[in-house]
Design a protein around this ligand. Structure first.
Ligand code: GAL
Length: 688
């Protein structure tokens, strides 16, 4: 044989050695052929898809995200996974997969809208990128070699135009496996680290440095202070008409004459004493800093009762949240009667004979409830809709606005959330109006149609003898940030319910920050609640469960809300507050960035595919800087003084850890883990 003869000639091998070598080669080849033959197909749809995270709905096994047969540009597929951007599935390959193949595209049920990007990452390296794929684009063929890879990430991002109708299909998706089978795994979450240091025993006064009120109205302010109790309070320069309870730190009375009143607050306990300046500005502007508090929606939905609201007030105090500045206790939908309801105690006549709203039987005495909240130094919030019914189908204020505004004031409420809900039926002319109401069919301008119901209630609230903060909730329609203040509001939701897109806090924040020109004292963009800890499922009003965000994402969430000067309203279950959630919610140095008297929303810089920076000026001449990585892998993020408009040496303080990091002269940067942020304060160096 030619091969044998050649080996004998070339290497001078004996015939026996050559025979042994040939046999070895043959056996190796045979083993390879046998093992290649052992390779099997493992279908993506057979993995545990409950571990897939996605921006909307739940993953479809062999169907689209909405349950229809998988179909891309008219072509139907028997197998695959239907998901929705933003979507991420982590898979442990354990080195056993040779290849991954699929046909990817936007499912036909996206009906011409929807655009997505499919990406595949193996051990941190991007090995496939579909580029932007739109609805009706033919399926793209995906075939990637995986030899030896361990961690695989299948990712779908939105096509940079939000996630509306981003129904994404991994059709015909399967692995060629020769060894251990791929397994879906949870995303690589970091351990829960408590970044905020313990508050300590000696007193520390927190809360806003400026406080707005209207002259002559009832005044209520509980001095937020951390430190061991008992603590005694004092206030130098308190204007006439105001009294301080020295044991509780609650200031009550009648708001002083128009003007600025500079007060020096003091707190003392066994471990020490402290003072802080507090400026009361009596005039026309309320909410000189973003409102802080709690809202029941994501904890109790339509299960809310008087007892739960009272419990929430108590828990704000006992948990220490009120000592960090959270002071509104806000009732959301479902406190009034509904024409029909599965809970008979919530169904009944909507109004009494004189036209006043009737609370349902879970709320026996609204006045007593507000008093209960006030007695603890906290404020009470209530909810209704400008339409005939709220979103939960309870009584709304349509054509009863005046009596409702009066009723809320008489009961003693300090905050009103006014939620569009069924008002669309008025705006469309479907519900005939008995007043001169702008509507689309009449040809009124969008602004007139959107603004009318909100101005109506805004004017009424202004004329009550109470300071009632006014929070518009109409999901950003008609660019509400441009006119919210002019209808008398202090804050307005800039988008739909964040609970539907919690996975996308970074994008939500970037969008919200683009309205920064409208953020200033008394005028706040509201990207919705802080939904961390135990929160309910936005769809279906499920019972609270641990929020789906990793701990780094939760710290980043709070950093973003601080930088944006967003209202800090926690909407989670206060009965299940744990040390971690409190750690995220109650870092005074982080909250101070939110409550800064300048009221700026941070500007965004250096936005790349996965990283960005946010920075804003603070009253004392320093700057708050946030560095963010919303990608799935670690990334370096650096801010240069040049881009921040800074010069010279800056002291850098890590606000989460409350730790000085030393001076920096031209830039500051860090390597950030996946989906995380860092919040620092840069203060010009004053020494030599
Ligand atoms: C939604 C609103 C939520 C919650 C809910 C109550 O429209 O955005 O925050 O108030 O209604 O039904």
């Amino acid at each position: 044989m030619f091969g044998r003869t050649l080996l004998v000639r070339l290497f001078n091998l004996s015939a026996v050695a050559v025979w042994k070598l040939m046999r070895l080669i043959f056996l190796l080849l045979l083993a390879h052929v046998i093992s290649a033959g052992a390779a099997v197909d493992v279908w993506l749809d057979s993995l545990d898809l409950s571990l897939l995270r996605q921006g909307f709905g739940s993953p479809g096994t062999n169907v689209s995200v909405t349950g229809s047969p998988l179909s891309i540009a008219g072509k139907k597929f028997e197998r695959g996974v239907g998901t929705h951007a933003a979507s991420a599935l982590w898979i442990d390959l354990a080195g056993g997969a040779e290849q991954f193949s699929a046909k990817v595209g936007v499912d036909d049920n996206a009906k011409g809208t929807g655009s997505v990007v499919f990406r595949v990452w193996a051990d941190g390296q991007k090995i496939f990128d579909s580029g932007v794929m739109r609805s009706r684009d033919a399926a793209r063929n995906l075939e990637v070699r995986l030899n030896g890879a361990k961690a695989l990430l299948l990712q779908v991002t939105d096509g940079a135009d939000r996630i509306a109708f981003d129904h994404a299909d991994w059709a015909d998706a399967h692995f060629r496996v020769n060894g251990p089978s791929p397994k879906a795994v949870a995303f690589p979450a970091e351990p829960r680290v408590l970044l905020t240091p313990e508050p300590g025993l000696s007193p520390r006064i927190h809360g806003p440095k400026v406080f707005g009120c209207r002259p002559g109205n009832p005044f209520l302010y509980r001095i937020p202070a951390q430190g061991a109790r008992p603590m005694t309070f004092a206030a130098r320069g308190l204007p006439d008409g105001l009294n301080l309870d020295t044991g509780t730190g609650i200031i009550t009375g009648t708001a002083p004459a128009r003007g600025e009143h500079v007060v020096r607050l003091r707190a003392r306990n066994l471990h020490g004493k402290t003072t802080r300046e507090f400026r009361i500005i009596s005039g026309d502007t309320l909410a000189l800093t973003p409102p802080m508090g709690w809202n029941h929606w994501y904890a109790h939905y339509d299960r809310i009762t008087d007892a739960m609201v009272r419990e929430a007030a108590d828990l704000l105090i006992s948990s220490g949240m009120a000592d960090a500045g959270y002071n509104y206790v806000n009732i959301d939908d479902c406190w009034m009667n509904a024409p029909e309801q599965r809970d008979p105690l919530r169904a009944g006549p909507l109004r009494d004979a004189s036209g006043r709203l009737k609370p349902n039987q879970h709320f026996p005495d609204m006045r007593a409830l507000a008093d209960y909240i006030h007695n603890r130094g906290l404020k009470a919030g209530i909810y209704t809709s400008p339409g005939p019914l709220t979103c939960g189908n309870f009584a709304g204020s349509y054509e009863h606005e005046a009596v409702d505004a009066r009723t809320f004031a008489e009961w003693g409420f300090d905050f009103l959330k006014y939620d569009w809900c069924s008002y669309g039926r008025v705006a469309s002319g479907e519900i005939a109006s008995t007043t001169d109401t702008p509507t689309w069919p009449r040809g009124d301008s969008p602004l007139a149609v959107y603004g009318h119901p909100y101005r109506l209630m805004g004017d009424l609230l202004k004329h009550q003898n109470r300071d009632i903060l006014y929070n518009l909730c109409q999901y950003g329609m008609g660019s509400v940030w441009e006119w919210g203040e002019s209808v008398g509001a202090q804050s307005w939701r800039t988008a739909g319910d964040l609970g539907f897109e919690l996975d996308r806090i970074f994008e939500v924040a970037l969008r919200n920050a683009s309205y920064r020109a409208w953020s200033r004292p008394g005028s706040w963009n509201d990207p919705d609640y802080l939904q961390i800890g135990w929160v309910g499922n936005a769809r279906g009003g499920g019972l609270p469960r641990p929020c789906p965000l990793s701990s780094n994402e939760q710290y980043a969430y709070m950093s973003l809300w601080a930088l944006m000067a967003s209202p800090l309203i926690y909407s989670g279950d206060l009965t299940k507050l744990d040390a971690f959630t409190l750690n995220v919610l109650c870092n005074p140095e982080v909250i101070e960035i939110n409550q800064d008297p300048l009221g700026q929303c941070a500007a965004t810089f250096m936005i790349t595919e996965t990283t960005f920076l946010m920075a804003k000026d603070l009253e004392d001449g320093s700057k708050a800087l946030g560095l963010f990585n919303d990608g799935e892998f670690p990334a370096d993020v650096t801010a240069s003084w040049q881009m921040l408009g800074l010069r010279g040496r800056q002291e850098v303080r890590d606000l989460w850890r409350q730790k000085d990091l030393g001076p920096a002269t031209a830039k500051f940067g860090a390597t950030l883990p996946r989906r995380s942020g860092m919040l620092v304060r840069l203060t010009p160096f004053k020494g030599r």
